[in-house]
Design a protein around this ligand. Structure first.
Ligand code: SF4
Length: 438
């Protein structure tokens, strides 16, 4: 009797100057696993990032191995490296999975593509005749680049659907549908399940000029409340202590979505901590949401401001205004959250943004007494800001994605002096420490 088909799913390493784990899991790849679970196939899984030194709330630091800094980013005087499991461990896991009929590799940040190349090359050495299919965010946003630089046999942009089954079939790996779909967290792909990301919706109804969300998905779907509550219950029963909402617009249409969900969470009263690492839309936070989040044991609240400049707020998408943010912070504090739990994203290095505007944002947030989460702007192919930078001649359409790394772009292209960036960062670090210890 022919054996069941076996497919290996791989989440590659991160190659970068910095990386921390804030409850991240490769959700796209896990959704592929869930999708494949309705076919007669055995799934093998290697997550190169499933190793880290655990810190507060099950967040953590990945092990890092120094690598030679790639030529295009040589000017950056920081330690470039591989984050995640060692190369030897990866090869060991690859051998353990033998034999497999196809290998599916995901990709996330566009500027992490050298890790994707290495993973595919190693797979090639060990599985010379096995088809390798690349998907994920980098493959979606930079398909042509991925075709040129990786040795993947096929690149499939976008979410998992019939195209994957067809591609497998074209490679001679035909799968029979069984209609027994299993949620990804029940597939037993992880042994340590102390934390998990939760996605209550797909896509985003906004179109901010710097963001790729609308390029990855054009639709916006909010999942039914009961389904999400049951997922939270099941994750808890599997041992999850920390759950992070990774939605792009968690609070959108709050009366129909987040409010019933938060009421359900409060009623369940599980010993679980919740976090919102993706910036929330401050304008949708009212007293009920603030109070329910506090009662529901939310520990990490991140809000998006990005810039304090009202014209730039409007020009980049108008998702928030300064007074809306001020009001949201006031409600969250009144509900019981302390400054330590509320962080606000503030970007620097946006096209045409001078550093004084960033300092103005820092002063505004210090006045509100919240944590400041500085975020370096990084241009993403296909976004409005990307088009503008190309049109203005700041970057070339064919720029190496390595140069769009957030740690690189602000240094090489923002026009800020190195010492000014350092002064800004040092000031914010000192201020955040003072908030934590007060
Ligand atoms: S930045 Fe946030 S709100 Fe704006 S488009 Fe992206 S995900 Fe949506």
């Amino acid at each position: 009797m022919a054996r069941e088909k076996r497919i290996l799913l791989i989440n590659p390493w991160i190659y970068d100057f910095a990386a921390v784990n804030m409850w991240a899991r490769p959700l796209g790849l896990l959704k592929v696993a869930e999708y494949l679970s309705s076919y007669d196939v055995e799934i093998k899984f290697i997550d190169c990032l499933n190793t880290f030194r655990r810190k507060r709330y099950n967040m953590g630091k990945y092990p890092k191995e120094t690598l030679p800094t790639p030529e295009p980013v040589k000017e950056i005087k920081r330690r470039y490296g591989r984050y995640g499991i060692s190369k030897d461990e990866f090869i060991e896991r690859l051998k353990e999975a033998y034999p497999v009929d196809a290998i599916l590799v995901t990709s996330i940040m566009t500027y992490w593509y050298p890790a994707v190349i290495d993973i595919i090359n190693i797979c090639r050495e060990h599985y010379p005749d096995t088809p390798i299919i690349l998907g994920g965010i980098y493959a979606t946003l930079c398909k042509e680049h991925a075709e040129r630089t990786t040795k993947a046999d096929k690149i499939i942009p976008g979410p998992a659907d019939g195209r994957l089954i067809k591609a497998l079939n074209d490679f001679g790996v035909s799968l029979k549908q069984t209609n027994k779909k299993v949620p990804y967290y029940k597939l037993g792909l992880y042994t340590d399940i102390s934390y998990a990301p939760v996605l209550t919706s797909i896509g985003c109804p906004f179109r901010c000029s710097y963001c790729a969300s609308g390029l990855l998905r054009t639709d916006f779907i909010q999942r039914p409340t009961n389904e999400i509550l049951s997922e939270i219950q099941q994750l808890h029963s599997l041992g999850v202590q920390d759950m992070a909402f990774y939605d792009d617009a968690l609070l959108y249409r709050s009366d129909y979505h987040i409010k019933p969900l938060l009421r359900g969470i409060a009623e369940m009263n599980l010993p679980v901590r919740f976090h919102t690492p993706n910036g929330l839309h401050a304008r949708y936070i009212d007293w009920e949401i603030a109070r329910l989040m506090y009662l529901g044991n939310f520990k990490t609240i991140r809000l998006s401001l990005e810039t304090v400049n009202p014209e730039r707020q409007k020009a980049t998408g108008g998702k928030v205004g300064n007074e809306e943010l001020r009001e949201a912070v006031s409600l969250l504090k009144k509900a019981g959250f302390s400054a330590e739990h509320i962080g606000v994203y503030l970007m620097y290095g946006l096209p045409d943004q001078n550093i004084e505007e960033v300092w103005e944002g820092v002063r505004f947030l210090k006045d509100l007494k919240v944590r400041i989460n500085l975020a370096e702007y990084s241009p993403i192919p296909g976004t409005k800001d990307w088009e503008r930078l190309v049109k203005d001649g700041v970057i070339d359409e064919e720029i190496d994605p390595l140069l769009t790394n957030n740690s690189v772009f602000s240094v090489l292209y923002s026009g800020y002096r190195h010492e000014d960036i350092k002064r800004l960062k040092d000031d914010v670090v000192r201020y955040n420490q003072s908030i934590t210890s007060s």
